[in-house]
Design a protein around this ligand. Sequence first.
Ligand code: GRG
Length: 298
Amino acid sequence: MSPFDLDAYLRERRALVDAALVRLLPGEDVPPPTVHRAMRYSVMAGGKRLRPILVIAGAEAVGAAPATVMPTACALELIHTYSLIHDDLPAMDDDDYRRGRLTNHKVFGDAIAILAGDALLTLAFKLVADNAALVPDARVICDVVAEIADAAGTGGMVAGQVVDIESEGKAVTPETLEYIHSHKTAALLRASLSVGVRLGGGDAAALAAISDAGQSLGVAFQIVDDILDVEGSLEALGKTAGSDARKQKATYPALHGVDASRREARRLIERAKSRLAVFGARSAPICALADFVVERKS
Ligand code: GRG
């Protein structure tokens, strides 16, 4: 069997996602233009598009086509981008660079950056509703809405962000660090895979396997993100490196060291891949993405 060509897969899926995002975001001239410009500024700044690609890969794992899940794939990218815009604000991480350009509030001001984030989060749920035109089972769409809301809200990303902020400058236990990683980052990555499988028509066994794999992959992703913040650069990352240490953030390398962190990320990725066996050959893209998560340099 020829090895899976991840570069080609990512290139093709990214192009599909980018084209859909251009189409689905309000035009820059639509009133009020400022907020629509701010939304496009951060969404179209690039980024790996990992979450929408995971939605697509989840759907493909159960035999569905990318087009079937595209509105929801874009919704996950909008939620992710909103979280980055708000996380970069002076009241949170106060960062100047993101995705290789000035952060949203540096260009548009704090008020518009907050509103652009709010608007992206709101639009995301409209896109999931719009997915009903492609997957006409109302029960599935309701489950997808609920799962994304849980993963993005105080059952997931917001909860992780709260504990992360409250832990700054404090010695945290491994359990607290695990809580932060699994809520702040893993929840949305896990949900991305899971809603792809849901919309693609996966059964309960498929959902259990993808959720488990997504959780491991999500925590591994954040551990690698922590390592990159120690070892990366502004050029490679598109954001300022070393900021975790400066802000005395709770990170995996700070608690366990870089070598143990890398070993744990690899262990989690192997665990994720073993859970994907139920999807047979159709899991090849997710397995390759899992390897990419630990090998990535940005
Ligand atoms: C609820 C306001 C609010 C914030 C949520 C997600 C988050 C908390 C903050 C963003 C900062 C951060 C380091 C989050 C962890 C997740 C993460 C590593 C985000 C970066 O994701 P990538 O690498 O980014 O996929 P690109 O730009 O490639 O999409």
